[in-house]
Design a binder for this molecule. Structure first.
Ligand code: AGP
Length: 612
């Protein structure tokens, strides 16, 4: 997820661009850059790191320009370096492009363009678009809008693109597909941005763009067309948010915004991950097929929520790839004498890529000869840098301390690894892998369905605000979900909460049940061992002792003994965590709100724990 902004009008463009990028830094801060449209040439400045680095590079007075584009990056392809920072330009340095999203077919595009003599200077997918647009603009007699319309027809993936050319600097052209772009309508000035936060201080008149719509802005007006060049009527609306709310997309808290971003985060993490031959594509994996076939076991290292994703990995990878998976708290593994060697694959899961416990455990495993695969949401952070291979989740920046979308994408990532290992080790066929991948591709829509029922769930939660403790029960892959639900409630509502394996209840924890104890039971999605019936027996056991039971159950499942049932869409039993976790995130969020806590920055916690 990156932040993009464009301006054309009577002002010096540098101010609305930099101020716009500042408002969008929450969307990514690996690098920042601008292209200013001056007569017959572009002024380009870009720097790795936060916006401040770009601003200090601009202290020497930049040229006066009345138009330009700006970008703040969340790196996907290519590390956060000056060279990979946007904007990217063509070989003449006269056309600049900025991009939010993923161009799935960029490697083929790049090969074709290099064959046509284009010289590339970065590792990004975006640069291919700059060279492609440069060729197409020439073949369209300098019409940048027509060039954009044609370029989009050969792009696959999700993207928002802005382009500017030195020959017509007052013209900025944009397009979107599965990635946001909004127009700001000013007085003899116009804006383009990833979201209204970038220009809300200049204008509250906005126009939302639809899929594959191309917009051209100049100081005197805007034009929107489809890819065939047919003009479309702009749908103008009034922005009602203030600038703070705008950065949260109108949500009250970043956490709620990130809960609602989960469909797209899951979709983006799946994007381009299977090819036409039904092979899982994990191009950053850097493990040869022979290395994968020679593996004797897998050890997952992680902390907190990431550890819960690792627990789910065990169920999925052992079932699909039929290889032993051990899941270890990084802070414990670090001080043991684990049986790890060159035939061990260690999977280090970390959203931030900076968690010291996980980093030290990874180093310990590496010293014992293990191969390290990082699953990480932060490009080029320390953990991926010290690993042999990496699989990046594409959740985009997760601002709230309580991890939500990163967790779901970590689970998706370990599912992809499990399928890849199974296929490479000859345990699963391409058809079997395709079937599971197709079902995973349905998950974003199913998460959307759950999010449509958020309000009744938030109201239900408020009824438990005075509880002292909440217990969570799960079985099979629902057990890590129970642990995750309990962790969310602890860290957000400051309540005692505990997750149990349902089968463990009778071995002690049931003594905790008293009149009115809230218990949330996650009903397995049907299972060859009849685990749902066993969970319903757990429900009866705790209800008989006075518990108030909330059951998370798939549509159509028979449920007895519950005071409340939260229905979620069904899926295969191993994919349940992606769906069952969402109501628990909302439950914890609402409990924090109703108890007046700081939702995005809960007490005593940090987003990245860089101490042991
Ligand atoms: C999750 O809500 C917490 N913020 C915490 O448990 C977190 O998952 C843990 O600190 C690991 O962080 P990482 O994924 O960045 O390594």
């Amino acid at each position: 997820m990156c932040g993009i902004v464009g301006y054309t009008g009577p002002q010096s463009a540098i101010t609305p661009l930099i101020e716009g990028l500042r408002r969008l830094e929450y969307r990514g801060y690996d690098s920042a850059g601008i292209a200013l449209g001056t007569a017959n040439r572009l002024f380009i400045e870009k720097r790795a790191g936060k916006l401040l680095n770009l601003e200090s590079a601009l202290t020497a007075t930049p040229p006066v320009a009345n138009s330009g584009i700006g970008h703040t990056r969340w790196a996907t392809h290519g590390g956060p370096t000056d060279r990979n920072a946007h904007p990217h330009v063509d070989n003449e340095g006269k056309l600049a492009v900025i991009h939010n999203g993923i161009i799935e077919n960029y490697t083929q595009l790049r090969a074709d363009l290099e064959a046509r003599g284009h010289v590339f200077t970065s590792e990004t997918d975006t640069e291919s678009v700059a060279h492609l647009l440069s060729d197409l603009r020439k073949s369209h007699n300098g019409d940048l809008s027509a060039a954009m319309r044609e370029a989009v027809k050969s792009l696959r993936g999700s993207f928002t693109l802005l382009a500017i050319h030195a020959d017509q600097p007052e013209v900025i052209v944009g397009v979107r597909r599965n990635s946001p772009l909004v127009v700001g309508l000013g007085n003899k000035e116009n804006f383009l941005a990833s979201d209204v936060a970038a220009f809300i201080d200049y204008t509250k008149r906005a126009v939302e763009l639809g899929q594959d719509e191309v917009v051209t802005i100049t100081p005197v007006g805007i034009e929107i067309t489809d890819l065939e060049g047919n003009k479309l009527v702009p749908k103008e609306y009034e922005i009602t948010w203030d600038s703070s709310a705008a950065q949260k997309g109108g949500f009250t808290h970043f956490m709620l915004k990130e809960i609602f971003e989960q469909p797209k985060a899951v979709a983006d993490t799946l994007l381009g991950r299977i090819n036409a031959d039904d092979h899982i594509v994990l191009d950053e994996l850097h493990l040869t097929n022979d290395e994968i076939k020679s593996l004797k076991k897998i050890v997952v290292l992680a902390c907190g929520t990431a550890f819960h994703a690792g627990m789910i990995a065990k169920y999925a990878i052992e079932k699909w790839a039929q290889i032993t998976v051990e899941v270890e708290l990084a802070s414990e593994f670090r001080y043991r004498d684990p049986l790890v060697d060159s035939q061990t694959l260690v999977i280090a899961i970390s959203q931030s890529g900076e968690t010291m416990d996980t980093l030290m455990a990874l180093r310990h495993a590496k010293s014992l000869g293990a191969r390290i695969l990082a699953v990480c949401n932060t490009n080029s952070s320390t953990i991926p840098r010290e690993s042999d291979a990496v699989l990046y989740t594409h959740a985009g920046p997760e601002i709230a301390v309580a991890s939500t979308k990163a967790f779901l994408t970590q689970v998706i990532a370990v599912y992809l690894i499990g399928l890849h290992l199974a296929q490479t080790r000859g345990v699963m066929t391409g058809h079997q892998v395709r079937e599971i991948f197709e079902e995973m591709s349905e998950l974003p829509a199913k998460i959307e369905q759950i999010l449509e029922t958020v309000e009744p769930l938030r109201e239900l939660t408020r009824g438990f605000k005075d509880s002292n403790s909440v217990l969570f029960l799960g079985r099979h892959v629902g057990f890590p979900v129970a642990l995750e639900g309990a962790l969310k409630l602890k860290e957000l509502a400051y309540m005692h909460a505990e997750g149990f394996a349902g089968g463990e209840l009778k071995h002690g924890p049931i003594a905790l049940i008293e009149e009115g104890t809230p218990v949330i039971a996650i009903l397995p999605f049907g299972h060859e061992h009849g685990l749902d019936e066993k969970m319903l027996s757990n429900v009866q056991e705790v209800k008989a002792r006075g518990a108030r039971v909330i059951v998370i159950a798939r549509e159509g499942a028979e449920v007895t003994g519950a005071e409340h049932i939260i229905r979620i869409p069904s899926a295969s039993s191993l994919l349940q965590p992606i769906l069952a976790t969402v109501p628990l995130q909302v439950f914890a969020y609402e409990m924090a709100v109703v108890r007046g806590n700081d939702v995005d920055q809960p007490r005593n916690l940090a987003k990245s724990v860089t101490v042991e």
